[in-house]
Design a protein around this ligand. Sequence first.
Ligand code: FEO
Length: 178
Amino acid sequence: MISKKMYDAINDQVKHELESAYIYLSMVGYFHSQNLDGMAHWMRVQVHEETIHAMKFFDHLTNRGASVVLQNLKQLKTNWKNPLEPWKDAYAHEQFITGKIHDLLKIARKENDYTAEPLLNWFVNEQIEEENNTDKICRQLEMIGDSKEGLFMLDRELGARVFPAGSSFDPLAYNVVA
Ligand code: FEO
């Protein structure tokens, strides 16, 4: 039986993860509008990762006999002044999510919730990668500065990110790409 405090915090985290997907989907639209299709692709893969994160928490509650109550997502930013700004926002957002995961782990320890701890430990490690990915791209863009060639090359590189195996979000899986 999950405690009320733990339930509320995990239920909130379902929203935070879905909000992450929503934020990054907004960035997909922005990058396409700037003809940065590689960055748009990278973010599209990230949208899928965030949905998987949300479902991990969703399934955790379901498997413990609790039912998720979905909440409203907040209004999003839809435009940025240059390609670096969304990456900065993404890095800041990942730091926010890391804080939320750490708070969840604190609650689990306080509530002696040994069932939630392995899931939360997975997320503690995952957040190292989540922060590092977005921070590294920020630093690369800062290094590139005003170089159009540099931006073009980075965009090409980010376009090579692969979807998780078997992902239903992979365009190849629903025949969008010939
Ligand atoms: Fe689900 Fe990017 O943290």
